[in-house]
Write a protein that binds this ligand. Structure first.
Ligand SMILES: [Zn+2]
Ligand SMILES: [Zn+2]
Length: 815
């Protein structure tokens, strides 16, 4: 029976067998409780590296666990196949994006299969294929007919190197292109937008979502909600048709401190408000601003620039004349593109006032203020001063009183604004789904009729980027007839942002075979929403945000009956190698294929699980994976060699049962919390213990084999191939992966318990009953998290935490 563990042989064998038996094929069984475990699908930009494995292998372990727990689990896989990465790679390699993409899908598919995951490949979704993007286009039409898609000229972020428009989210750091690090400039273009701003308020609501707090915060910041007042400043200039300019402020209580007024250089009234004497300077300044990036414009602390227009507005509260200036740090896209400047209480306004010698008037007194000129900006609340009848009120009272007055006199009103802009979906690139719109000289914008979908992306177009849509030059594509009047017409030549494609792919997995609809209603009703979504935190404000918007619109159009796509979200950490994040340019990329060939898939899976808590990641270390491989070899020997029972020892039996059930309990609890590393530690400890029992033979044959049976089932999600092989070799009926997850016996699993005393600076503050096996780290963590302890340590500096094993945690804080 003893034979060497040969991972590549058994892994190939079982992968073929599972595929031939379709054991991971998912049935839509409405009688069973479903669990939709989704992993973000990969871009088709090349090989799968270990980062992909880190996203996919642990999520497969979890999906397997839920499956063994009896859930009907959908854990599908597909490819995000349109978009810049594939297109750029294709250009660099001189082959067609389609060929490049399909070749990558083949290779990545092979790699994914080698992982031994439970993907049901019948449900594979590839976003660049017409049977998929037909429906992406169909959704565009739905949005268009619902008034949620519109065309507008807008200044857009333009990457001169990628030769394309970028969404705000793709402009990072100091205004650079996320993909190629080139400085982004501005351009005016006719573009298609989705009205995501209509959902701003609802997108702020994460109350029903089990998501990481930092992702929620990033989304909230992205929406950027501000409450305040809109105030109308009357124009002094009589000959202009418009009588007033609206500003938004979060601090109406500071309105008596307005000493100048600022407009964005792009504000539509600038030309009319510029006096002839000022025109020259103003024109020069506007030309200069156009060359600035948004980031340069709003950077804090940089020297302020601006020009006086020669005109004035009237402050409605005190009737003062206020000079109008333009400056680059007021952006046309935020609020109204106009600002009432209050230099005493706003940092940038103060810098501006100092630069141009404009007056600074304190109107909010900081606590203890005695009337002297403030040398620094004061942005807090306080008592209103120099504010006419409002002097003496607190900021909060003043805020309300001034808003009431503004509303009573119709000088303004309370309002809320958002930083969120509508979603720009037009891309001047080739490798995307064409926007299904036709332009007719007679009829204007005409949506492509549904029955004419898909609008096929021509494969014979020249796709190299020129700054214009490559499809513009593809005559067979551009020239068409108008669906309304049958006259000569042109097709829209921009393609859609690929975040469109990834906003609904999880619906398609439920029914990829369906041809006459994007998805089967009944199946979507059964499977959705996604119960667990796993992937990288870098998708916080793009993919995860857009997908939420998409589902909300589908709900409002009446296509789905839920409003949030992903109930629970989990972000895995990052695998680093040689002290750095893996990247091709650093030359420190781990290719999983080599390790799979040498040590086996199960060892790679196991090592990724063991490397650290999944949400934190860890450092890849070749010695570490060898250690896991050795452990799997020991497991092999443990199970494939015979067991000889010597004497049945009662004490040994008691301990044996306790440790068996304790292990089942720990593995179950750890899996539930994605604590794969401690789960493996438990399994390792248990296998070490089993080795000792094997030497002594202190338990009966039947008890021994029962424990081995449990052990293999617990190992199955992590090392599916090895577990299946050993299961068969121990004469259990195929397949281990269809076994129910074991229940542990609570009494047997029960730990010896102790009472832990928690002290703060030596004083008894709390007591807690814990398992005797509690580790030092766990004990300290627990102590610090107790509410009663927090009361004594909050806001104080933690000096040290002392642990007296099984007795006391003493927290020392500086008072
Ligand atoms: Zn770029
Ligand atoms: Zn027409």
């Amino acid at each position: 029976m003893a034979q060497k563990y040969n991972p590549s042989e058994i892994e190939r064998k079982w992968q073929q067998r599972w595929a031939a038996d379709h054991i991971y094929e998912v049935k839509d069984d409405s009688k069973r409780t479903k669990f939709y475990a989704l992993t973000m699908f990969p871009y088709t930009s090349g090989d799968l590296h270990i980062g992909h494995w880190y996203a996919m292998a642990p999520s497969d372990v979890y999906a397997r666990f839920k499956r063994m727990q009896g859930y009907n689990v959908l854990h599908p896989m597909g490819f995000d196949a349109f978009g810049l990465p594939a297109e750029n790679a294709a250009i660099n390699h001189g082959i067609h994006p389609y060929d490049w993409t399909m070749k990558n899908i083949e290779n990545m598919g092979r790699q994914l299969r080698s992982m031994g995951a439970i993907y049901d490949w019948n449900r594979e979704v590839v976003t660049c294929l017409p049977d998929y993007y037909k429906w992406t286009q169909w959704f565009f039409l739905k949005f268009y007919h619902a008034g949620l898609a519109y065309r507008a000229e807008a200044p857009v972020n333009w990457c001169p190197r990628c030769q394309t428009v970028l969404a705000n989210e793709q402009v990072i750091g100091e205004g650079i292109c996320e993909r190629c690090s080139t400085t982004v400039t501005k351009r005016e273009l006719e573009q298609w937008f989705f009205r995501i701003t209509k959902y701003a308020e609802e997108l702020l609501d994460h109350s029903r979502l089990d998501w990481p707090e930092r992702i929620k915060i990033m989304q909230r910041n992205w929406v950027g909600k501000s409450e305040g007042a809109e105030i109308y400043f009357r124009l002094e200039h009589e000959s202009i048709e418009q009588r007033e300019i609206k500003v938004f402020t979060t601090r109406p209580d500071t309105i008596f401190g307005v000493t100048f007024f600022l407009l964005a250089p792009e504000h539509p009234l600038v030309t009319q408000l510029t006096t002839p004497e000022c025109k020259n300077e103003v024109d020069k300044y506007i030309a200069w601003c156009r060359r600035q990036t948004e980031y340069e414009r709003i950077a804090l602390g940089k020297e302020k620039t601006g020009v006086f227009l020669g005109n004035y507005v009237i402050n409605p509260l005190n009737g003062e004349r206020v000079p109008i200036w333009i400056t680059d740090y007021v952006l046309p896209t935020y609020g109204t593109g106009a600002v009432m400047a209050v230099p005493a209480h706003d940092e940038r306004d103060l810098e501006f006032a100092r630069r141009f010698n404009l007056p600074v008037r304190t109107v909010i007194a900081p606590p203890g203020w005695t009337g002297e000129q403030l040398t620094e900006v004061y942005t807090g609340s306080g008592t209103m001063v120099n504010s006419g009848e409002f002097s003496g009120l607190t900021s909060e009272q003043g805020y309300a009183a001034i808003c009431d007055l503004l509303e009573e006199k119709r000088w303004g009103k309370r309002t809320v604004i958002y930083r969120l802009r509508d979603w720009l979906i037009s891309r001047q690139r080739y490798w995307g789904a064409p926007i299904p719109i036709i332009y007719c000289d007679k009829c204007g914008i005409v949506p492509v009729p549904e029955e004419d979908l898909p609008v096929l992306l021509p494969l014979d177009a020249e796709f190299k980027p020129t700054g214009e849509s490559p499809l513009k030059y593809c005559q067979s594509f551009v020239n068409t007839t108008c669906p309304k009047c049958s006259g000569i017409a042109r097709r829209e030549t921009d393609t859609m942002d690929t975040f469109m494609c990834s906003s609904w792919y999880f619906l398609r997995y439920t029914s990829p075979e369906i041809m006459d609809a994007p998805f089967d209603d009944t199946k979507v009703k059964y499977w959705l929403p996604v119960d667990l979504y796993t992937g990288g935190a870098e998708h916080a404000v793009m993919h995860l945000f857009y997908a939420r918007f998409f589902i909300k619109t589908l709900r409002d159009i009446g296509l789905v009956n839920f409003g949030e796509p992903f109930t629970r979200l989990f972000n895995q950490g990052t695998i680093i190698y040689r002290g750095d994040k893996m990247s091709k340019s650093r030359g420190n990329v781990i290719a999983p294929d080599e390790y799979v060939a040498e040590l086996g898939t199960d060892a790679v899976r196991g090592y990724l699980m063991f490397i650290g808590p999944w949400d934190l990641g860890g450092e890849w270390n070749d010695r570490g994976i060898v250690g896991i491989s050795r452990w799997l070899n020991r497991v092999w020997s443990l199970v494939t060699t015979d067991y000889y029972s010597s004497v049945a020892d009662l004490e040994a039996k008691k301990e044996f049962l306790h440790l068996t059930h304790k292990t089942i309990k720990e593995v179950t609890v750890d899996l539930e919390r994605f604590r794969f590393n401690t789960m493996l530690s438990s399994l390792m400890e248990f296998s070490n213990y089993l080795s000792k029992i094997k030497e002594s033979g202190l338990v009966s044959d039947s008890l021994w084999w029962e424990a081995i049976r449990y052990f293999l089932i617990l190992l199955a999600p992590t090392a599916p191939h090895l577990a299946e092989e050993l299961w068969t070799r121990t004469r259990h009926p195929y397949s281990i992966h269809n076994q129910p997850w074991p229940e542990y016996d609570k009494e047997l699993a029960k730990e010896e318990e102790i009472t832990l005393v928690i002290q703060v600076n030596g004083k008894l503050r709390d007591k807690v009953v814990v398992p005797a096996s509690i580790s030092e780290v766990e004990a300290k963590e627990l102590a610090l998290s107790r509410e009663r302890v927090k009361f004594y340590i909050d806001g104080k500096k933690l000096t040290k935490v002392i642990y007296v094993p099984k007795r006391v945690v003493n927290i020392v804080v500086a008072s």
